[in-house]
Design a protein around this ligand. Structure first.
Ligand code: CA
Length: 238
């Protein structure tokens, strides 16, 4: 249920808007004073703010400006004066939309739904971006974990099989530590598998062929008698 703050000093209008919003299943809070309204807006979390322009103590433009300094809560200005200057300055001060009094409640509800929908879409878009940006870097490799794509630098993708990918990620997760062949078998083929440890060697070879730079030391170091490891630092000096 969306929670809406109504900052409006005309009590009849505030009450009317509140009842209409409650009827539409919104949770509502009313403040009739500008300064108190600002305190509420800053200290509580609302899904949207309906904000009158002319208010005692602190006007709507100032409230919008101060809310915007720290919050992205959508603001719909309610202005009595149908003047272009008021509307523009409302938007300039951080309001998302405005409605001119007297207004039909259906119009207010429609504008409210629109800003809430916009916020929801923006949030979803942000989440998608965040998921896409989950990348792991190792040397000159960039691994996008969401879709299991490995790139060299910003260049073209290196095509790894599922097992090669899992092998690489297991080694990277244990960076600077030796991972034994048995551990790798366990992690990649499962504890139930009858695969022999020399299969790990074969897969390490496949993976090296794909990720290593020819003529340079392998990204995957063999630790004799133990297993494999990857390290951040350059092995050139050894
Ligand atoms: Ca007023």
């Amino acid at each position: 249920m969306a929670k809406i703050l109504i900052i409006e000093d005309e009590k009849n209008l505030a009450r009317f808007v509140q009842l209409e919003l409650q009827h539409e299943n919104y949770e509502t809070v009313v403040e009739n004073n500008g300064r108190k309204g600002l305190d509420r807006a800053l200290n509580e979390n609302f899904d949207a703010i309906l904000l009158d322009l002319m208010l005692p103590d602190l006007n709507g433009l100032e409230i919008a400006r101060r809310v915007r300094q720290s919050k992205t809560t959508p603001i719909i200005m309610m202005t009595a004066r149908d003047s272009v200057i008021d509307r523009v300055s409302g938007l300039d001060h951080g309001a998302d939309d405005y409605i001119v009094k007297p207004f039909a409640i259906e119009e207010l509800l429609a504008r409210l739904r629109a800003v809430l929908r916009r916020v929801k879409i923006e949030k979803e878009a942000q989440n998608v971006t965040v998921a896409k940006q989950q990348t792991v870097k190792f040397k000159d490799l960039t691994i996008e974990t969401a879709n299991r794509i490995v790139h060299r630098g910003d260049g073209k993708a290196i095509d790894l099989t599922k097992r090669e990918y899992n092998l690489l990620m297991t080694l990277i997760h244990n960076k600077n530590n030796v991972v034994s062949r048995d551990e790798l078998l366990n992690k990649i083929w499962g504890p139930e598998s009858n695969i022999e440890t020399n299969v790990v060697e074969v897969y390490v070879r496949y993976l090296r062929n794909k990720i290593d730079v020819p003529g340079r030391p392998s990204y995957i170091k063999t630790v004799r008698g133990t297993g494999y490891m990857v390290r951040d630092e350059d092995d050139d000096k050894e």
